[in-house]
Ligand binder design. Sequence first.
Ligand SMILES: Nc1ncnc2c1ncn2[C@@H]1O[C@H](COP(=O)(O)OP(=O)(O)O)[C@@H](O)[C@H]1O
Ligand SMILES: [Mg+2]
Length: 396
Amino acid sequence: MDPIRNPYAPGAGQRPPELAGRDEQLRAFDVVLERVARGRPERSLVLTGLRGVGKTVLLNALRSAAVRKGWGTGKLEARPDQSLRRPLSSALHQAVRELGHPNPDEVDHVLGVIRSFAEREAGADAKLKDKWSPGIATPAVRGRADSGDIEIDLVELLSDVGGLAADKGLGVAVFIDEMQDLGPADVSALCAACHELSQSGLPVIVVGAGLPHLPAVLSASKSYSERLFSYQRIDRLSREAADRALVAPAAEEDAAYDDAALAAMYDATGGYPYFIQAYGKSVWDLAPRSPISADDVAVAAPEAERELAVGFFGSRYERATPGERDYLRAMADVDRGTDPVGAVNTADVAQVLGKKPQSLSPARDSLLKKGLIYSGERGRIAFTVPHFGRYLRTQG
Ligand SMILES: Nc1ncnc2c1ncn2[C@@H]1O[C@H](COP(=O)(O)OP(=O)(O)O)[C@@H](O)[C@H]1O
Ligand SMILES: [Mg+2]
């Protein structure tokens, strides 16, 4: 069919033509926004799930919902070994601009605090040229959010930004993607700041997204984090939602699937959003005409798998060193599709490799840090990428 009209959108963070199966989360978030704006107690939100389930896309959709209500919003992507100060300053700068507060003096004050928070990164007595600020023209406000203690500074910073939003009867939402990559000091400070802010009723919320072990990261940092965040597990789509993700965009282009085609698609994709987009794209391009049939799906499957091997699996696999790749392959060997989430015992992996578990810790830790595997419970690990074991087993 006409590739120019192909509606599907495989790719990290690519907005899907139809955001299927997330109505519940969107509805719940609208309630959160209303409650927070009215100073009601509400927990911050954290989305967790494997790679390719649609966390980034949902995070962006939640952000749009906040923007539609007139909120100030900012977004950042956490990176290992990067401190929160700079990306958070940029995000809050943006949020303050979006908020459009009518009093320029108060806005300038808050921007000055954001600047002082950002500039503290370089150290208390850094030279001007080493200081970085997120393009804010107003001078830094000395003595606010610049103590160097990230916890104190975050509370001061977010209180001031929240005050601005409260004046307008609105709120500020900070969206943090790949939240598991925040450093321990930043995680701990962020939890403490959220705790403090929720007690003072200021309209500021953090909406995070990350890998399945993010709740464990947060509770290891602060024991009260379980009461602080409402965790939403983002998972593969139900059959019904997966069908909608395929059918609705096709209908917009006057095309359709027959029933057997939809069943074959769900079989191939397992309802994982990334796979749905990748298969949808290949099948559309290769099918001779609408309605798309199960035969068309079978013909296009190798092409879809090739795309996934490059764009989804291969790009991740390439980040592993040879030793780490051995480790991943051993995991795939142990797993063989037995566990529903593909979790395996680290001891079994060591046995497959014929090594002592301790000698494999560096490879395992590095894979954890690269976000290729995660550990939901002690002594067990799993791939962060769905179907990764299957992919490795077909690589020979
Ligand atoms: N609810 C959904 N319905 C249909 N497609 C989706 C949905 N959520 C995500 N996608 C698609 O899945 C892919 C991965 O989404 P992304 O948000 O990058 O996942 P994650 O951040 O969890 O790794 C993208 O191509 C996106 O268009
Ligand atoms: Mg993502």
